[in-house]
Structures are given as structure tokens and as C-alpha cells.
Design a protein around this ligand. Structure first.
Ligand code: PFF
Length: 452
């Protein structure tokens, strides 16, 4: 993170507003938008899910992001230490501990999926995915994901890149790369969406995607939408809080949160416009789960000129988007071990990274060798995803809202937001949301979602 200078508390800061926005948007935008969002939409009834997702982002996601950034800026340290600093002596460090755990769990399977993406980049470059029928692309994906060794190599490569960046800091290369790559990713997604919605038979998918069928909504879809919002916005585990800890006091936190969230929504909705219409056009099943984009996309690329090159470029951009998220996932536990256990950055990054790699192995094997070993009725990868996104993150969000609303206090939080001349016009509705709406709604969804 060399793009920061020191402030009076001797903590580095972002050198520019753009640097912070890009890093936070880089954490938010990743596999959650391009891989997970279409997957969950496909499993949960299309348009009705989108409606819930947007509602939850505006009522829960953005208010919580404002809160997390503000705790981070006030705490100015790793997430366990931040809670201890704001409320010394209380049990609130526990929220930070849950976040450290979530960092381990999420990155372990995140890296497996990102590894599949890297593999696809090479398969496109070497022409192994040329001109496939949808049925064939399902077979090729199945062969890759179920192999006991190959996906582990890609998983190791992705973890090694993530560890490398977290050790050496976000050097000029990666920062410059993401400044250039993110706009290219956006344009490419746009082009692909147009290709996809103009495929023969795609209209049925477009309608399914944009027409809310409210009868498809039940407590499980609501829990799923909640998990998707937390996962996609990097909320509930201190990743955004950690980035907030490097913020200067002049930064307008509410408007930054709005910008990051809108960028994140835009990419997710666009990814849905690529995948869902193509699923219908090629007669595939929308509920194919984690494999969905890897089966659908090769068929889309196969239907366009220079499909191999476009495919390779797409998976290169996906890998970079995944990397900028993965570093924020790894940074949460690494910052904890550095600050609280006094490990150096090299030791913390390598040890935590290796443990996460090992933890990812069963997720990878669950797509092949271990596919019959179910956890609570789910394959291990799905279980890890469910456990972290639908439980750990919302629980972290619930406790954070209680902390802000009832322990630190919304007034103190608003004072921190407005410290240097920033005017937070919506502070009253925001306060009511954080104090009452967030705890009640989150508790309700968690309890009924788990029982029902
Ligand atoms: N938001 C990232 C994505 O959508 O891919 C994943 C993620 C990053 C989740 C950081 C949680 C987190 F703390």
C-alpha cells in the first residue's frame, strides 16, 4: 500500500481519494459479481431475487458500509484492535475475531474458483475451448473441476499471487493494472451482454431475469439475497473496515460508500445480462450452481468472432478482479497477526496463506473425489460458501450494527463522519436504520432462515 502517506497517528493513509475508491471497489468487485451473482440468481428465481438484492443493498448494505468505514477510520488499526480501541475492555473484539475466521473460510474456496478462471484463460489461449457445444463445455468443466490435482495447482498459483501482493504491498504494477483493467472489464462485460441478449432464444432469459415473480420469494431466497449482498460488498468481516482505517478525515464516507456500492451493483447486473439470457438460449439449466458461468461462457464466446481471444481476455480480467478482492480477504487475518501477535508481514502472509491454501483443498476435491461427502446436505465448497456468506458475514454485520447503534452510539459515529466539514444530510434516517432496522431485520432473517 505505498500509495499512502503517514498521518499524525503514524498510520499510513491513502495518497489520493481515487486510490482509496479503487482499492475499496476492487475489494467489492470480484467473483461475487461475475461468478456468484449469476449463480445465485439462477438458483433463486430470477427477477424476484434481483428485487430483494437491491432492496437489501439500500436498506442494509450501504448503511452498514458507512458504519464499517467510520469504525475503521476511528479505530485506525486491525479490526480486533479497532473495536478494543473504541470500546476498551468490552467483549467487542469478538466481532473482529469472527471477521478473521471469515477471512480464512472465504478465501479458501474463493481461491479454488479463481483457479478455475486462470485455467480457463490458458484453455482459451491454447484453443482447447474453441467452438464448443454447451454440452461439451459442461464435460470439459466437469473434467477440470473433478480432477484431483489440476485445480489444486491453479489454486496454489492464485494463492501464491495473493500472498505475493500482500507481502510486497499493492505496488505500482497492480495499482496501475487495475486502473486500466477495470474500465476494460466494464466495456467487455457490456459487449458480452449485448452478444448474449441478441442470441436466438435469449429473450425468454431476459424476461425471466427482469420480471419479478414474487411467489418465488421465501425465507431461503431472502437469506440468500442477504448473503449475496454481504459477500459482494465485502461487508460483515472487516475488509471494508480495514480499508477505512487508512482514510483521511476529510473523506466523505457516505458518498464513497454510495459510489462503491453502485459500481458493484452495476457489474453484477451486467454479469447477469450475460449469463442468464445465454443459459436460456443454449437450453442450459439456470440452477447449475458454481459451474454455471464456466459452462455458459465458452458457448457465448464460441458464438462470436475472435471468441478465443475474447475468452482469454475475459478470464484474465476476471483473475485480476478476483485478486484485488482476495488481497482484502487475506489482509484481514494478516493485519491481525501482525498487530496483535507481532509477527512480521512476511511471516504472517506466508503462514496464513498456506493455511488458507490447505483449507481450500477439500473444497476443490468436493467437485470430484469427495462429491459424495455432503455437509448439511451440501458439497463442501457450497457448505463453506453458505456458512461464511449466509451466516458469518450477516452475524458480523448484526453485531457491528449493535456496536454502532448501542455501544459506540450513532451520535459519536456521525461526529466522526462529519469531523472535517463533511455534511451527512441523511444522518437521522441512517441512525434509525442502524439502531433499529438493521438489528431487527438481520436477527429475524438469520433466525427464521436457519430454522426454516
Ligand atoms: N466482495 C468480493 C467479491 O464480490 O468477489 C469478495 C469478498 C471480498 C468478500 C472481501 C468479503 C470480503 F471481505
Amino acid at each position: 500500500m505505498e500509495n499512502k502517506h503517514e498521518n499524525h497517528e503514524n498510520r499510513e493513509q491513502w495518497g489520493s481519494r481515487l486510490g482509496f475508491i479503487l482499492a475499496a471497489a476492487g475489494s467489492a468487485i470480484g467473483l461475487g459479481n461475475i461468478w456468484r451473482f449469476p449463480t445465485v440468481v439462477g438458483q433463486s428465481g430470477g427477477g424476484a431475487f434481483i428485487f430483494l438484492y437491491l432492496l437489501i443493498i439500500f436498506v442494509i448494505g450501504i448503511p452498514l458500509m458507512i458504519g464499517e468505514l467510520t469504525i475503521g477510520r476511528r479505530g485506525k488499526r486491525n479490526i480486533v484492535g479497532a473495536f478494543q480501541k473504541i470500546k476498551p475492555g468490552g467483549p467487542w473484539w469478538f466481532i473482529g475475531a469472527l471477521g478473521v475466521l471469515a477471512g480464512f473460510v472465504i478465501l479458501s474456496f474463493y481461491s479454488v474458483i479463481a483457479g478455475w478462471g486462470i485455467a480457463y484463460m490458458f484453455k482459451f489461449l491454447t484453443g482447447q475451448l474453441t467452438g464448443l457445444e454447451p454440452g461439451q463445455s459442461a464435460d470439459i468443466f466437469g473434467a477440470l473441476a473433478s480432477s484431483p490435482v489440476e485445480p489444486l495447482i491453479w489454486h496454489a498459483i492464485f494463492m501464491a499471487m495473493t500472498i505475493g501482493i500482500v507481502i510486497f504491498g499493492i505496488d505500482k504494477g497492480i495499482e496501475r493494472a487495475s486502473k486500466i483493467m477495470m474500465p476494460i472489464l466494464f466495456v467487455l462485460l457490456f459487449v458480452l451482454a449485448i452478444r448474449s441478449v441478441t442470441l436466438d432464444g435469449a429473450m425468454e432469459g431476459v424476461l425471466w431475469y427482469i420480471t419479478p415473480d414474487f411467489s418465488a420469494i421465501n425465507i431461503q431466497t431472502i437469506l440468500g439475497a442477504l448473503g449475496q449482498v454481504f459477500f459482494s460488498l465485502s461487508l460483515g468481516m472487516g475488509a471494508i473496515m480495514t480499508y477505512g482505517s487508512y482514510l483521511p478525515d476529510e473523506e466523505n464516507i457516505p458518498s464513497a460508500a454510495m459510489f462503491i456500492s453502485l459500481a458493484d451493483i452495476g457489474i453484477a447486473i451486467l454479469a447477469g445480462f450475460i449469463i442468464i439470457p445465454a443459459v436460456f438460449a443454449f437450453g442450459l439449466e439456470p440452477n447449475a450452481g458454481p459451474a454455471l458461468i464456466f459452462i455458459t461462457l465458452p458457448a457465448v464466446f464460441g458464438s462470436m468472432p475472435f471468441g478465443n481471444l475474447v475468452g482469454a481476455l475475459f478470464f484474465l480480467l476476471l483473475t485480476i478482479a478476483a485478486l484485488t478482492s482476495a488481497i482484502s480477504l487475506l489482509e484481514v487475518p494478516v493485519a491481525y497477526f501482525i498487530d496483535e501477535l507481532k509477527w512480521n508481514r512476511l511471516k504472517a502472509s506466508v503462514i496464513v496463506g498456506i493455511v488458507i491454501f490447505l483449507l481450500g483443498i477439500p473444497s476443490s476435491l468436493s467437485q470430484g473425489l469427495l462429491s459424495n461427502n455432503l455437509f448439511f446436505g451440501m458439497e463442501f465448497l457450497d457448505f463453506m460458501d453458505f456458512f461464511s456468506s449466509n451466516l458469518l458475514l450477516p452475524i458480523g454485520g448484526l453485531l457491528t450494527a449493535i456496536f454502532i447503534g448501542w455501544v459506540w452510539g450513532t451520535r459519536n459515529t456521525v461526529d466522526e463522519i462529519q469531523k472535517k466539514g463533511v455534511h451527512f444530510g441523511l444522518r437521522s434516517p441512517w441512525g434509525i436504520i442502524v439502531q433499529f432496522v438493521l438489528p431487527i431485520v438481520l436477527l429475524y432473517i438469520l433466525i427464521t432462515g436457519l430454522i426454516g
